[in-house]
Ligand binder design. Sequence first.
Ligand SMILES: C[S@@+](CC[C@H](N)C(=O)[O-])C[C@H]1O[C@@H](n2cnc3c(N)ncnc32)[C@H](O)[C@@H]1O
Length: 203
Amino acid sequence: MKRIPTTVFSEWAAIGRDERMAKGHEVAVKSMLDYALKGLDHYNFIDAGCGNGWVVRLVKAHTGCAAAAGVDGAQMMIEKARSIDPTGAYFHADLSNWAPTKKVHVVHSMEVVYYLSNPKAFIANVYKNWLKEDGRLIVGLDFYKENTVSHSWPEDCGVSIMQLLPEATWVGFFKEAGFRNVQSWRVDAKENWAGTLVITAVK
Ligand SMILES: C[S@@+](CC[C@H](N)C(=O)[O-])C[C@H]1O[C@@H](n2cnc3c(N)ncnc32)[C@H](O)[C@@H]1O
C-alpha cells in the first residue's frame, strides 16, 4: 500500500533514514548553494521541504546570511530539526498552501517539488508570495523522466504522489510562473545516473 509523502518521510526521520538521505544529497546541494548564494550579502533564505533542517543550519553558518528558515510537512522531520537546533526557524506546514510572512532573497528546495500534487502551482506561489524582486528559486530533482533509474522509486518507497516529468516540463513551469533567466543543468551525472537536475531562475 502506498502512503502520502509526508507520512513516509516522518517515518524516515523516526528511524534515522533522514541522515543517510542528507548525505546522499550533499554533493548536489553544495553545488546548488555555491551557485545560488554567490556574491550575496545579508540575504534571507528558505529551504522548502527541509527534512531534518541540515541545509538551514549549513546556510545559517555563512557570514552573508541574515536569516535561514526551513519548512516541511513531516512532523518528525521538524521535531528532529528543532531538537538539533532549538532556536532555529522550522515550520511544520504543507508547502502547497504556505507562504512566509516576510519575502526572501533565496528559496532552495532539494528533492521535494515532485512530491506535491500540483508542482506548477507551487512554483507560481513561490514566485508570487515567497520571493522578493530579483529573488532566486533553485530546485534539485533526482526523480525525473530522463533519469530512468529513478522510475521505480514510487514502488520501491511506497509513496503515492510522485510526479515523473521531463526536464522541459519543469523548465516550462518556471517560465509560465513569470521567472526570468531560467537555467537548468545536471550535477554529478555518471553511468546509469543522469545526475541531479537543477533548475533555477530569478523573479
Ligand atoms: C526526499 S526528502 C528531502 C529532504 C531534504 N530536502 C534533504 O535534502 O534532505 C523530501 C521532503 O519533502 C517533504 N515534503 C513532501 N511533500 C511535502 C508537502 N506537501 N509539504 C511539505 N513538505 C513536503 C517531506 O516531508 C521530506 O522531508
